[in-house]
Design a protein around this ligand. Sequence first.
Ligand SMILES: [Zn+2]
Length: 412
Amino acid sequence: MPKIYFIDVTNRDGVQTAKLGLSKLEKTLINIYLNEMGIFQSEFGFPTTRHETLYLQANLELAEMGVLQPIHLGGWIRAIVSDVETAFKLVPGIRHLNLSISTSNQMIDGKFLGKKTRSDIIKDMVEAVDAARACGAETIGVNAEDASRTILDFLVEFGLAAKEHGADRIRYCDTLGYDNPFTIYEAVRTLAETIGLAIEIHCHGDLGMAVANSIAGAKGAIDGGQDAYINTTINGIGERAGNTDLVATILAVTKSKGFGDKYPLGSSIKLTKASKIAEFASYAFGVPIPMNQPGVGANAFAHASGIHADGVLKDPENYELYSFKELGRGKPKFVETGREIIAGQYSGISGFRHVMGKMEVSFADREEAKEILELVRYANVESQRPLVEDELLFIAKYPQITRKLLTLKPLE
Ligand SMILES: [Zn+2]
């Protein structure tokens, strides 16, 4: 029986969002949280982008150390041989890749401006797949950008060519959020049945249907006999109106009427990490969680009207579909209301030792404390906002990895 997996693309599609971004340390923490949550894969960045190189290498080291296990760390590149070569030159340890190319007539005419035909698209893609495999890629996903505006027959031809060259998955990209649950179901089911490869479902929210389209697409893949890999971002952060929200989609797949019984998850997800990951992404991006956000919004479990309050007090199931505890909510939060010492880019050793001491971190000697403080200062220079406890703990625990994350070497 085929199953549903999650590939979170916050660290790739999410950070492409206009006016937003993440530091390399923040991206690393997101990979750690996704791993703790049981997410199958994090699309962790851009292997051909120079300023990502050390971050990507450092995260692959964390994987080797067992810190980022069992999550897959996947890179995103264009489906052209030169990108594959650059990726493996800059990040030799990369093992999971998605290769992306536009497939719609709109893009072929409107973006490539007559320089590429449909057969060029297939040729570029299969050559890139061959090159990636030759360089040592273990899993290769092939992305059909703008798939929802692509002629279905061409998508089938594209997918069959990818399969023939050994691709593992096809990513169906509803790049503009144009699909609805009915159209994406039909398209993905046809692709699953005719191509015979696992399908990734990548949706955007331009028409407010990203989550609905994602579960309809997943149903299409499974009904067509293939595994479904839903692409998500934390809090739905993404270009324009955003991507498919991670937590809302987990809830939709597991809690909506009868869905989870027929369309099960491929691995168990720790939903109790939902609140933490949503809050961290909100803080790191500097984008508040909407109060009515499913599961993690401030009002997701708030009741005011008499009938609802009375009902929920008698039995929560009267007015709640799931419990706040399932999302890791309900623990008291420590908020400092008195004197506060913060570790930042201009901190001194005594304030820093005080901050770390509160988290029960002590140092062998003053030298070690000074070294960690120096890294904390640089991390704060990059983020320009107070570091959270998990960031400080990470820096103290993995100073060598942190040094790499914080090193940016402009073009040589
Ligand atoms: Zn996208």
